[in-house]
Design a protein around this ligand. Structure first.
Ligand SMILES: Cc1cc2nc3c(=O)[nH]c(=O)nc-3n(C[C@H](O)[C@H](O)[C@H](O)COP(=O)(O)O)c2cc1C
Length: 196
């Protein structure tokens, strides 16, 4: 059956009014297939992007590589904290194996003669949200996280980041194990001013 435009609009509105993240710990197998991942990235890269610079890129972390990088995260955490216990180290080692697939969105924002760097960074944020919604559209739950390893200089080589690049998000994707309760949302009267 072909939905009418009005039905599609209604479904989209209902989705946007109710969507929310699934905590990474609650994202289980099955995860998206390689072709679904490509479909999600195609959607996510279709974002507002002043100057058509594509000032972002994607790193797909699926399968064993998550364990290998996780072991390195555990080592970095242990090097930084001599009091890190076995349980805490295990938490670090399993950061990337909570969800079946993690996609790193990397901002490549850089000085440009016409396009402010700030706008390039904003576009990377839009990519993260687009990827989150694309995961939902494919029937998966998602969680946009950064956590400490997005900002740690020792972790940068694990993701092959160039000097100018920064992690905008690690978008965790999988099958939701539960329906998360909503969280408080801002009161519009606190955040909206109708200019006169
Ligand atoms: C850039 C960015 C980084 C985030 N990093 C984390 C994080 O490291 N840990 C965390 O618990 N939530 C983090 N969040 C928050 C979650 O992604 C999300 O906002 C929260 O779980 C509720 O989202 P919802 O409105 O989709 O339900 C981050 C959000 C953004 C925008």
């Amino acid at each position: 059956m072909q939905e009418t435009q009005a039905e599609l609009n209604l479904a989209l509105k209902q989705y946007l009014q109710t969507r929310r993240s699934t905590p990474a710990m609650q994202l289980q197998e099955p995860g998206p297939s390689p072709s679904e991942i490509e479909g999600m990235i195609a959607i996510a890269s279709r974002v507002p992007d002043h100057g058509k610079l594509a000032p972002w890129r994607f790193i797909v972390l699926a399968g064993d590589v998550r364990e290998r990088i996780g072991r390195e995260l555990g080592r970095i955490a242990a090097d930084a904290r001599s009091d890190l216990g076995a349980k805490e180290r295990e938490i670090e080692e399993t950061r990337l194996t909570r969800a079946p697939v993690v996609i790193a969105v990397v901002s490549r924002a850089a000085p440009h003669p016409k396009i402010p760097e700030w706008e390039q960074v904003l576009s990377a944020g839009a990519v993260c949200y687009g990827l989150f919604m694309a995961a939902n559209a494919f029937g998966y739950g998602a969680n946009w996280l950064t956590e400490w390893y997005a900002y740690d200089d020792s972790a940068r080589p694990l993701f092959g980041l160039d000097q100018q690049e920064r992690i905008a998000g690690f978008v965790h994707i999988g099958t939701p194990a539960m329906q998360p309760a909503d969280r408080p949302r801002p009161d519009l009267t606190d955040i909206v001013y109708w200019a006169e």
